[in-house]
Design a protein around this ligand. Structure first.
Ligand code: GLA
Length: 365
C-alpha cells in the first residue's frame, strides 16, 4: 500500500471507530539495515535504508483525561490504556510508551484516541515498532503544537523503546525511519548522530526475505549481547567498543571467550560499514556485496545471532545468483537482505520460493 493509501485507511477507520475525523495523522516507514549490525548500541556506524512499506497513525481527543483508546486497522478491539501505565507486553506498548515520553510534563486535559494502520510485517526485523513509535510521536506532537526535529523524534522514540518497552536497543531504527528517505541509505554515526545520505546503485535491487522464523527482541539474546559488549568494554578499559579499531584486534582476541568474539564482530563490522560506504561512492559493487557476505559470517560465527534457517537462506540466496546476502536486524530469526542486479530478481525469487517454502519475499527495493 502506498503512503497516501495508508493515511486514507487510517483516517477512515478512525472516523468509523471513534465517530469523528482525526485531528492529525503522520506516517513513518520501516527500514532494512544494509550493513552495520549491533554496532548502534556500541557508538558505531550503521547503513539502514527506509522502505516504501510503513505505518500511519491518526490521533484526536476523546474520553476522560488520562485515558488513551488505541485501535488498529488489523484488529477490531479498541484497547484502553492510561498515561500512567506500565508496559503490558502488548503491541499498544509502542503507542503508550511513545505518548508517555512525549507528553512528560505536559498538562493533558482530555483523553486521546489513536488509530494505527500498517503494511509492515510484524516481527520480521523491518522496524515495525520504530515506525509505530515515530508516527505516534509525530502525529501527537502536531496535535499539541510541539516543535520537534526529526532527530528529537528519533531520540524520544528510542527512549520509549528503552525505558518503557524495555528493549535496550540503539538508535538506528528510530533514526532511520524518522530522518531517512526511502530509496537512499542513511550512513549514520550513532555516537555523534551525524548522518549522510548514501546513494544506492540504479542497477541493483535489495530483496528482503523473511526466513519463516519469528523473532522478538525482548525475549531473545539481544539483551545478553548488549551486556556482553559492556563486559568487553570493562575488560578493555574503553567507554564504547567503537573506541577500538582494527589495530586493537590482538587485545580483543586475547579476551576470554565468547566476549572476544562479540567484540571482534563490533570492531570488524564498524570497519565494514566504512568500507561499504566508500565502495558505494566508488561504484565498486563487488566489494559492497563481499562486505555483506563477511558481515553475515561475522554475525553467525562471532556474534552468534543467526539461526540455521537464516544461514541456509543466505547460502541459498547466494547460490541462486545474489551477489551479496546477510541477516538483517536484531537476529535470532527474522529476515535476510539480498543484493543482486535488477534483471535477476524474477528468476531468483522463483528459485527462493521453490527451495524455501517457509520463506516469504517481503520487499524488493
Ligand atoms: C534491532 C535494534 C537496533 C539494532 C539492531 C541490530 O533492530 O532495534 O537498535 O541494534 O537490532 O543491528
Amino acid at each position: 500500500m502506498a503512503q497516501n493509501d495508508l493515511i486514507h485507511s487510517v483516517k477512515d477507520r478512525f472516523q468509523n471507530v471513534f465517530g469523528k475525523a482525526p485531528l492529525q495523522t503522520a506516517y513513518a516507514p520501516g527500514r532494512v539495515n544494509l550493513l552495520g549490525e549491533h554496532t548502534d548500541y556500541n557508538g558505531g556506524f550503521v547503513l539502514p535504508m527506509p522502505l516504501t512499506l510503513g505505518t500511519a497513525v491518526a490521533v484526536g481527543f476523546g474520553g476522560a483525561a488520562g485515558t488513551v483508546h488505541i485501535s488498529s486497522t488489523a484488529f477490531d478491539a479498541v484497547e484502553q490504556r492510561m498515561l500512567s501505565d506500565r508496559s503490558a507486553d502488548h503491541w499498544t506498548d509502542y503507542v503508550i510508551g511513545s505518548l508517555i515520553h512525549l507528553l512528560d510534563g505536559v498538562l493533558v486535559k482530555e483523553g486521546l484516541q489513536v488509530m494505527v494502520s500498517t503494511d509492515l510485517p510484524i516481527g520480521s526485523g523491518l522496524s515495525s515498532s520504530a515506525a509505530v513509535e515515530v508516527a505516534t510521536i509525530r502525529a501527537t506532537a502536531a496535535l499539541f503544537e510541539m516543535k520537534l526535529s526529526d532527530v528529537d523524534i528519533a531520540k524520544l522514540a528510542r527512549k520509549a523503546e528503552n525505558a518503557f518497552v524495555g528493549v535496550p536497543c540503539g538508535i538506528m531504527d528510530q533514526y532511520s525511519v524518522s530522518v531517512g528517505e526511502p530509496g537512499t541509505a542513511v550512513f549514520l554515526d550513532t555516537r555523534t548522530l551525524r548522518s549522510e545520505v548514501a546513494a544506492l546503485p540504479d542497477s541493483h535491487h535489495f530483496v528482503i526475505v523473511h526466513s519463516g522464523v519469528s523473532h522478538k527482541l525482548s525475549e531473545d539474546g539481544y539483551e545478553k549481547r548488549v551486556s556482553e559488549c559492556h563486559e568487553a568494554c570493562a575488560a578493555l578499559g574503553v567507554e564504547m567498543l567503537s573506541d577500538l579499531g582494527l589495530s586493537d584486534l590482538p587485545s580483543v582476541d586475547a579476551l576470554p571467550s565468547p566476549i572476544n568474539a562479540r567484540a571482534r564482530h563490533i570492531v570488524t563490522e564498524n570497519d565494514r560499514v566504512l568500507r561499504a560506504v566508500s565502495a558505494l561512492q566508488d561504484q565498486d559493487l563487488a566489494l559492497f556485496a563481499q562486505l555483506m557476505i563477511e558481515s553475515h559470517n561475522s554475525q553467525r560465527d562471532d556474534y552468534a545471532v543467526s539461526v540455521p534457517e537464516v544461514d541456509a537462506l543466505v547460502q541459498g540466496a547466494l547460490d541462486a545468483g545474489a551477489e551479496g546476502a546477510r541477516l538483517t536486524g536484531g537476529g535470532f530469526g527474522g529476515s535476510i537482505v539480498a543484493f543482486m542486479p535488477k534483471h535477476r530478481v524474477d528468476v531468483w525469487s522463483k528459485t527462493i520460493d521453490a527451495q524455501f517454502p517457509n520463506a516469504r519475499i517481503l520487499a524488493v527495493t
